[in-house]
Design a binder for this molecule. Structure first.
Ligand code: AMP
Length: 192
């Protein structure tokens, strides 16, 4: 049975970047609810329409919607999952535990990418500028106003998960301010 992990951390902490590395290096399966929701919007599904405004503002979409998306993915089976941007609330964390249990899978670690707020603003603004320079679409929520809301949502709704996974003995902290390669090496050390 392969390892299943959660990447925890505020927007801009590097969850997506590190998840992509793990997909590349270990063939793990990245499950990003943010990507799923953006895909739903791009393809104009009912869910996509419902969540567009909430996402642009930087608020969390309902537990019911994101748990439904994850349930659908997990129903396809498999293991070696990286949960990226999910769970973001205690209700989602409980639901994930139940879904994995039903599959006979376990959660092996919740890896917290530790950063500070100043660097997040720079990274998010930088990400928007890079996208613009490359002629790629800029995320509707990569702006100062949404970022404020996203950070608040992280502290109020998601950061309690740090205590939750600590209590379960699954929390591992990684310095998210280090170079991308060093962060990847720290994560590899946890997984090996
Ligand atoms: P992300 O790409 O992870 O930064 O997510 C972008 C946006 O999608 C968030 O600001 C939320 O509006 C929404 N979202 C993604 N994942 C979740 C989740 N697990 N729970 C609630 N909302 C989410």
């Amino acid at each position: 049975m392969s390892v299943n992990i959660i990447l925890l951390g505020p927007p801009g902490a590097g969850k997506g970047t590190q998840a992509a590395r793990l997909v590349e290096s270990r063939g793990m399966v990245q499950l990003s609810t943010g990507d799923m929701l953006r895909e739903a919007q791009a393809s104009g599904t009912e869910i996509g329409k419902i969540v567009a405004d909430v996402m642009a503002k930087g608020q969390l979409v309902t537990d019911e919607i994101v748990i439904g998306l994850i349930r659908e993915k997990l129903a396809q089976g498999g293991s070696g999952f990286i949960f990226d941007g999910f769970p973001r609330t205690l209700a989602q964390a409980d639901a994930l535990g139940e879904l994995l249990e039903e599959m006979g899978e376990t959660l092996d670690a919740a890896i917290e990418l530790q950063v500070n707020d100043e660097v997040l603003v720079d990274r998010i603004v930088g990400r928007a500028e890079e996208a613009r320079a490359a002629g790629k679409p800029v995320r509707a929520d990569d702006n100062a106003e949404s970022l404020k809301t996203r950070l608040m949502a992280y502290y109020k709704q998601t950061s309690p998960l740090i205590g939750y996974y600590h209590a379960k003995g699954l929390l591992k902290g990684v310095d998210g301010l280090a170079d991308i390669d060093d962060v990847a090496a720290s994560i590899a050390a946890i997984l090996d």
